[in-house]
Design a protein around this ligand. Structure first.
Ligand code: AMP
Ligand code: ZN
Length: 114
């Protein structure tokens, strides 16, 4: 998708601090971090939401979640705990409609979230 910010990160047209790459997924630091670790994991292929990814390519969704865990391992927060969030839809705060898992950790995280 030519007009998608995260597709442009995949293609290299927009720079990002990439922390992990796999065959189907890419992980990079959020530009506006909300926790000491705040990394986004995306499929290389454009899918608007996690629901559409689950329906069209569940194996790729599994790869995104595996990569999210590997980010936590790499960042040293897998044992202390971390959160994986897929904001879905405007009322949940989704602003970029290329599915992304937020990996958050490195501090205590409130529950329920705001
Ligand atoms: P969401 O609000 O769930 O759609 O999340 C979008 C996330 O993308 C936000 O946390 C933004 O800070 C982040 N973001 C926006 N532009 C960039 C960028 N160029 N590089 C890295 N993260 C970005
Ligand atoms: Zn895209």
């Amino acid at each position: 998708m030519t007009d998608c910010l995260f597709c442009k990160i995949v293609s290299g047209d927009v720079p990002a601090e990439i922390v992990r790459e796999s065959a189907g997924a890419l992980a990079f630091r959020d530009i506006n971090p909300q926790a000491p670790t705040h990394v986004l994991v995306i499929p290389r292929d454009h899918r608007p939401t996690v629901a559409e990814l689950a329906a069209s390519d569940p194996g790729l969704l599994a790869e995104v979640v595996r990569e999210a865990h590997q980010v936590a391992v790499d960042e040293g927060i897998a044992e202390t705990g971390y959160r994986v969030v897929f904001n879905t839809g405007p009322q949940a705060g989704q602003t970029v409609f290329h599915v992304h898992a937020h990996v958050l950790g490195g501090r205590g995280l409130n529950w329920p979230p705001g």
